[in-house]
Design a protein around this ligand. Structure first.
Ligand SMILES: *Cc1c(COP(=O)(O)O)cnc(C)c1O
Length: 423
């Protein structure tokens, strides 16, 4: 099927030892269903391939910030890459170690900087000169010394979707390669800052090693220049962006990635860090949804399901392709409204962009369950309440045990913070 953790048994799709039909019955749909064993296996793969090369793996919280997932990764020794004060609070609530947490993002507010300074994070990944001076002033005011790294934009093409490419000159991220040296000197001279590292993040869903190597080599060039300037760094953080297989992509083997790092950074004293998100969690989950209505016709056959772009926005946002599986296999001889057809799997939201998949050959009946695969990353994390749709629940399977790790949102909670005018 997809991975060892999502397998068909007697014609029914299982997550570990639990039938998805049972989950639908117990928790309803739409639901995110994760496999703990799949998460453990992904974490283990990182340890096995990168142990001895990468000293600290900081999981990018934005890919999937559920407390249960953060907590499991924290227990395994992972650090965290956060992009907001909200994510910092999540990491702390999940038992994550602030001393293993790096803070990325182009728009950190003073309040967020204060919270991160109070928590004692490992480092601020600085993305502009303006941000640097605000952090220096904020740290000075609190009587703290802020550990800083600069996110350097290496100007390499990660060869991915333009919306998730971040390492080109025209992207908003990072400081320009040519300006980095002056910024490091400036930071090194400020008493409320301590220069500790350098970082990059060139994009997401990258499936070629060459852009990583090119960017890492550029980073190393800069590290050498800084060294000559008398600025010694403690760490080099090569960011995230490792791609996964949704359809037929060939992800970079972690072993090859580790080997590239060994080659590029051979003999360097700095410790290596990275910030993977998608690669750790994409394959741990499916989105379970039920077919509400079938609307066969020309030129398209629509299967309207109870999950929507509000639950999984990647198809609408990036035209992303996710596999879709029938939870219960039907033989094509059964009455399935004309047996197998190419179905467009669409949600109930009032947007033509509200689709989960196009033209999938499936034998469907109304009421059938479908599982949208490889949704553990940027699935629930990017969900919304558009159309007053409560967010789906999240369920973690561990062998035959099922834990609700996030309850389905209640409709009345959607307007809890809203007020009607008195007159
Ligand atoms: C999003 C992000 C990551 C994680 O990216 P993935 O493609 O999910 O691995 C890492 N670092 C930064 C700065 C990010 O913004």
């Amino acid at each position: 099927m997809m991975t060892n953790f999502f397998q068909e048994r007697n014609g029914i799709l299982y997550v570990e030892d639990v039938a998805l039909t049972d989950i639908a019955e117990q928790f309803g749909t739409p639901s995110y269903v994760y496999s703990r064993a799949a998460l453990m296996a992904a974490a283990q793969e990182f340890h096995a391939a990168l142990g001895g090369v990468v000293d600290l793996v900081c999981y990018a919280v934005k890919a999937n910030g559920n407390l249960a997932i953060l907590n499991l990764l924290a227990r395994l020794g992972f650090g965290f890459d956060i992009v907001s004060g909200g994510e910092l609070a999540r990491v702390l609530a999940a038992g994550g170690d602030p001393a293993k947490t790096v803070f990325s993002g182009v728009g950190k507010t003073v309040a967020e900087m204060e919270a991160a300074l109070q928590a004692g994070i490992l480092c601020f990944n600085i993305e502009s000169a303006a941000e640097l001076s605000v952090l220096a002033a904020t740290a000075a005011r609190l009587g703290k010394v802020a550990p800083v790294s600069f996110r350097v934009n290496p100007d390499v093409d990660a060869k991915t979707h333009p919306y998730i490419s971040t390492g080109l000159k025209e992207n908003k991220f990072g400081v320009a390669f040519d300006e980095a040296r002056a910024l490091y000197r400036q930071a090194a001279a400020l008493p409320s800052l301590r220069v500790v590292g350098i970082d990059m993040h060139i994009g997401s869903q990258i499936t070629e090693l060459a852009p990583f190597r090119e960017a890492a080599e550029k980073l190393l060039q800069l590290v050498r220049v800084l060294e000559a300037d008398g600025i010694a760094l403690e760490h080099i953080d090569i960011g995230g962006g490792l791609g996964v297989r949704y359809r037929d992509e060939q992800p970079i083997p972690l072993g090859a990635f580790a080997q590239m790092l060994r080659e590029v950074f051979a003999g360097r004293p700095e410790r290596l860090m990275m910030e993977p998100g998608r690669r750790l969690v994409a394959h741990i989950g499916v989105l379970l949804t039920r077919v509400l209505y079938l609307k066969p016709g020309a030129p398209r056959n629509f299967a309207i399901v109870d999950a929507a772009m509000t639950d999984l926005v990647r198809p609408a946002l990036y035209e992303a392709w996710h596999p879709v599986f029938a939870v219960t296999k039907r033989s094509t001889t059964e009455n399935t409204s004309g047996s197998e057809k190419n179905w467009d799997i669409v949600g109930p939201v009032c947007e033509s962009g509200d689709f989960l998949a196009h033209e999938r050959p499936l034998a469907l009946r109304e009421g059938d369950l479908l599982a949208v695969g490889v949704v553990g990353a940027y699935g629930m994390a990017m969900s919304s309440n558009y159309n007053a749709r409560p967010r789906a629940c999240e369920v973690m399977v561990d062998g035959s045990e099922i834990t609700l790790i996030r309850a389905r949102e209640e409709v009345k909670k959607l307007w809890e913070a809203e007020r009607i005018l008195p007159k």
